[in-house]
Ligand binder design. Structure first.
Ligand SMILES: Cc1cc2nc3c(=O)[nH]c(=O)nc-3n(C[C@H](O)[C@H](O)[C@H](O)COP(=O)(O)OP(=O)(O)OC[C@H]3O[C@@H](n4cnc5c(N)ncnc54)[C@H](O)[C@@H]3O)c2cc1C
Length: 373
């Protein structure tokens, strides 16, 4: 296929992954970023590369993307601060442990290893957990990266092959075009909206709501945890609509620091720390890891996830505006699914067969004909 002119709006992990994939397909890339690369949700998040089975579509996309990350980091893990720590999902009671057991064949069918832990094995893997939990589910293939570095690294590769970076804010869309804040209009064969939660600024019909999260990072406590450790109820909490939620989710960084999450607040895009929400989050985590309450926290920050109603991202052509494509709505999984998103979008643009079924991700599931303007 002949080389296309591609403009990507947003230089987070999703936009830079799309830039990399489409450059590799032989296209000409321009990236429009209003701030610094990777400064949005990409810098704010936990950086966990996690396979999740919330739905068959979610498992297919996260498993596919995890394989792409493993391949990406294989030759230079230090560039991405890759830490292959795995995840342990802690069961709070026998019912949750039974649910965890049901997940093992589901993960196996997706080519992923999963191990059921009883109480003794759980305590052996993570001695800091409060005694009394009946067990958990260990996913050894999950890992952690520092995605802002990966975004910068991906863009460096594109720029070295002619990619052009324009520092500007996109303010409106046209068929095959984008208007910048200074009045310039850029035109291209393909324009990709990859500006995360702010996609709605460009088209208010895009079904995305902001979900704010708080994170805290401690001083260095090497060996405190061996895995990223989270409660099994996390996924259920994460998808609860219209309710602010907190969940236990703590990650050991390669530096020995602990990254503490997580919480979700709807429709709040302010960077302000909410002391009440932060206190609830720390309290929840200390219930699982009592010694956490005695560690020093160095810094606290927030970030905004872009949530769709069904929790799946929007990947594919805009049904009404010719030449506009979407790569947004990745909620709390956009680091993981960025590489898969880029491959799927690139296959659709090039009319080749995508590696997995794209139907659950197509924007046309929400942007119906009656909304055309
Ligand atoms: C607290 C928290 C924890 C998380 N933890 C994880 C995790 O462990 N694992 C995981 O997989 N995911 C996680 N996520 C989700 C993940 O961070 C996001 O899904 C992902 O970063 C989205 O990337 P993005 O490139 O779409 O958006 P962003 O990183 O937000 O990038 C969008 C870019 O677009 C730019 N931009 C915005 N508007 C415009 C405009 N009009 N014109 C030009 N540029 C514009 C912004 O400056 C920004 O650089 C977490 C998110 C949060 C908030």
């Amino acid at each position: 296929m002949s080389a296309l002119r591609v403009i990507i709006i947003g230089g987070g992990i999703v936009g830079t992954a799309c830039a990399d994939a489409l450059l590799r397909s032989g296209h000409h890339i321009t990236l429009v970023e209003s701030d610094t690369l990777g400064s949005g949700a990409t810098a704010a998040g936990m950086g966990q590369i996690v396979a999740l089975d919330g739905s068959p579509a979610e498992l297919a996309l996260t498993a596919f993307s995890q394989r792409l990350w493993d391949e990406l980091v294989r030759h230079s893990p230090h560039i991405h601060e890759h830490h292959p720590c795995g995840t342990i999902w802690v069961a709070s009671d026998a019912e949750e442990l039974a649910l965890a057991a049901q997940k093992i064949p589901i993960y196996a069918a997706a080519g992923l290893q999963a191990e059921l832990l009883d109480d003794v094995a759980l305590a052996r893997h993570e001695p800091q957990l409060r005694p009394g939990y009946p067990g958990g589910l260990r996913i050894p293939g999950d890992s952690v990266v520092y995605p802002a570095r990966t975004a910068a690294w991906l863009w460096q590769g594109v720029a070295a092959h002619g990619g052009q970076l324009i520092t500007a804010q996109a303010v409106a869309l046209r068929p095959h075009g984008v208007v910048l804040h200074d009045g310039r209009v850029l035109e291209a064969d393909v324009i990709i909206i990859a500006n995360g939660a702010r996609a709605v600024d460009l088209d208010p019909h895009i079904p995305i709501r902001a979900k704010k999260g708080h994170l805290a990072i401690t001083d260095r406590y090497p060996g405190f945890l061996n895995h990223q450790v989270a409660e099994l109820g996390y996924v259920k909490n994460a998808h609860l609509a219209d309710v602010d939620t907190v969940s236990f989710n703590v990650q050991p960084r390669a530096t020995g620091q602990l990254l503490i999450g997580s919480c979700r607040q709807f429709d709040d895009v302010s960077p302000t720390i909410d002391p009440h929400m932060l206190a609830r989050m720390l309290q929840r985590c200390s219930e699982f890891l009592p010694a956490l309450a005695h560690l020093s926290i160095l810094r606290v920050w927030t970030g905004v996830r872009a949530a769709t109603p069904d929790g799946n991202p929007l990947i594919g052509p805009h049904p009404h505006i010719p030449g506009i494509w979407l790569a947004t709505g990745h909620e709390g999984l956009g680091i993981t699914t960025s590489l898969g998103t880029a491959q799927l979008l690139s296959a659709m643009i090039d009319h080749t067969t995508p590696a997995i079924d794209v139907t659950p991700f197509l924007p046309s599931r929400y942007l119906h004909a009656e909304e055309s303007r």
